[in-house]
Design a protein around this ligand. Structure first.
Ligand code: M6R
Length: 608
């Protein structure tokens, strides 16, 4: 949610800021703005709408400047508009702020500052901070920022510049990501690493409550009491190209195509030359597992859908009782958590506010917290006791694809590891399953190669306003993911139903021409799915079915069928979901939707 870029050095700052914001636009695209030092003043430009509008403006009216801050916004307080766009300033424009997050006590602060004569121009919570800094400023902006931190409540990352101190950019964070890029004669601030990768690979990952001061010559980090802290540099090994579109029309399509590779990399947790699972930083022992009487998996959105499959796998292979919770529900429902609880948090970004809150709740009650995340150095990574990285590489598209499949591979690894440790899975069983898992990259590639066929379905049905996904067992969870993917990028209303539930209500929605996607990959439930298909077709539904190649009987029952290779039931979610990702993608493009930047959404949800 919202992207921040700050630059101080010798380059034209608007070039660096705009190129950085392009990489961060996935975080929000309601408006964009920047502030740059020019002739001892700070010039601010900001516009509602996509970054391109700001970009065009700067092209036609350049600002000669080597230091500035920029922002791309996902609106929380106040509708998207020029005036609500960041940066925000105090009245004489001498203090300028960009912000990601939410100031929870902004109304109270706004009231007090208004009483003291401050005039507000926007509806945002951020403007409060600009005026508050003005009130606190006594000639030292670092000191004003430090005082401000003890007054504002909420989650935030800020970049602040001050006209009277034109040699520094200040960054602070609490529960919202902010990183520092270290260069030679230049330094950077950003919400995420891709923004600064063209310039440097040396990064400092800021901690909560730290204040960072970037000048041309260096970076200093202070804790909230003002003591200087050592800087631990993190060297980024992945390539800037990994976060570029690389010739694909959309990031989402590129990321779908990267899935065989992501799966291959994540499978390394189950090396072929060893008869054990090696989970790197996960230090959970056999004795620990014997102690836990409850496992929770908490996550949001797509990661939650991965968690549902994780529950199935851990219960089956490790015989541990698992509850899966939506993080925003878990944190407010007073769950039973203690020292005998293991909580597994799943998050692509590692910055999702609700998932982090759920982790903290569990930790505060004595639970062991393990995380599965795609982002090294993210808040989830830092706060968990044990971490397993999904090796998907940077995921940029708002619609999560490669992160989901690598979360699933990680959950296979975790469940099989726990099973081996507990003795509920034999080595031979493990080796047989691992052998099957290693076929997954090939299975997935074969589906990607059928892309054109999937596109035809979308072409034919693109005007549908409703779609239903039905399945049983593991397929029912994949249906949930397929339905989410479709609605978030194509805006087609869709629902996922466990097929056995149809008769209990959802079948009332089926009428002549309703499009139903039926997943039938679970052999032991196949006959039951055939009955469900007959039931919806009898009511006029047009059924597109997905099944294993050997279950050919399906072709007689469905209007159209797509096949996956024959494989054990437990691993079908990975290839099957790839069909549904492509389906969602093509529906969205056929309907002219902006696939990578769907309306109202942002990639990482760092506010509640
Ligand atoms: O970064 P996280 O995995 O914690 O994000 C969780 C959800 O916000 C995310 O999966 C969201 O549902 C995606 N847009 C789905 O495609």
């Amino acid at each position: 949610m919202c992207g921040i870029v700050g630059y101080i050095g010798e380059k034209q700052c608007t070039d660096v800021i705009l190129s950085g914001l392009t990489k961060l636009e996935y975080r929000g695209y309601d408006s964009a703005g920047l502030a740059a030092f020019k002739d001892k003043a700070i010039e601010t430009r900001k516009f509602k709408g996509r970054l391109q509008i700001l970009d065009e403006n700067i092209k036609h009216h350049p600002i000669e400047s080597t230091m500035g801050i920029g922002h791309t916004r996902w609106a929380t307080h106040g509708a998207p508009s020029d005036v609500n766009s960041h940066p925000h300033t105090n009245e004489d424009h001498s203090i300028v702020v960009v912000h990601n997050g939410i100031i929870e006590n902004y109304l109270e602060l706004r009231e007090r500052l208004s009483k003291n004569g401050y005039k507000f121009t926007s509806q945002t919570d951020t403007e409060v901070v600009a005026h508050l800094l003005d009130e606190l400023y006594r000639g030292d902006i670092i000191d004003a920022v430090r005082q401000m931190l003890s007054i504002v409540k909420g989650s935030y990352a800020f970049a602040v510049v001050c006209k009277n101190e034109p040699d520094k950019i200040i960054g602070v964070r609490k529960d919202s990501p902010l990183i520092v890029g270290l260069g030679k004669g230049e330094n950077f601030l950003a919400s995420d690493i891709p923004a600064i990768l063209p310039y440097t690979r040396e990064v400092y990952l800021m901690q909560d409550d730290e204040i960072v001061v970037c000048t041309r010559d260096g970076v200093t980090v202070y804790d909230k009491d003002g003591s200087e802290k050592p800087i631990e540099i993190f060297h980024v090994t992945w390539n800037a190209i990994d976060a570029e579109k690389g010739g694909y029309e959309h990031f989402m399509l590129k990321e779908i195509h990267e899935q065989p590779e992501g799966i291959r990399k994540t499978l390394h947790y189950m090396p072929e030359d060893k008869d054990e699972v090696i989970l790197g930083d996960v230090k959970i022992t056999k004795e620990d597992l014997q102690r836990y009487n409850k496992v929770y998996i908490v996550a949001c959105g797509t990661a939650y859908h991965a968690g549902l499959i994780g529950k199935y796998l851990i219960e089956k292979y490790a015989r541990m009782s698992v509850e899966v919770d939506i993080a925003s529900e878990f944190r407010y429902r007073n769950p039973i958590v203690d020292e005998q609880t293991l909580l597994i948090a799943i998050s692509q970004s590692g910055e999702t506010a609700d998932t982090l809150a759920a982790m903290r709740l569990a930790k505060n009650n004595g639970a062991r917290v393990m995380a599965i995340t795609n982002v090294i150095g993210s808040s989830v990574d830092r706060e968990a006791q044990d971490v397993l990285y999904t090796l998907a590489g940077p995921e940029i598209a708002v619609a999560s694809t490669k992160a989901y499949v690598t979360q699933l591979v990680s959950l296979y690894a975790v469940s099989l590891h726990f099973g081996l440790l507990k003795g509920t899975l034999t080595k031979d069983e493990y080796i047989a399953l691992r052998r099957e898992l290693y076929h997954l990259p090939g299975y997935v590639q074969r589906i990607i190669d059928l892309d054109k066929k999937i596109q035809n379905i979308a072409k034919e049905h693109k005007d549908k306003e409703d779609m239903y996904f039905i399945g049983r067992g593991l397929d029912s969870y994949v249906c949930m993911e397929g339905s989410l993917k479709l609605k978030e990028i194509s805006y087609i209303h869709s629902e996922a139903a466990a097929a056995g539930e149809l008769k209990h209500g959802p079948i009332a929605l089926i009428e002549e021409g309703t499009l139903v996607i039926a997943l039938c990959t679970q052999d032991f439930l196949f006959e039951k799915m055939l009955s469900n298909i007959q039931e919806v077709r009898a009511r006029g539904a047009y059924v597109v079915a997905f099944s294993k190649r050997s279950n050919e009987a399906i072709t007689k029952e469905a209007d159209e069928t797509f096949f996956i290779d024959d494989m054990p039931d437990d691993i079908t979610p990975i290839p099957t979901v790839v069909y549904l990702q492509l389906l969602a993608y093509h529906f969205a493009t056929e309907r002219g939707c902006d696939v990578d930047k769907p309306r109202n959404l942002a990639k990482s949800v760092t506010v509640e």
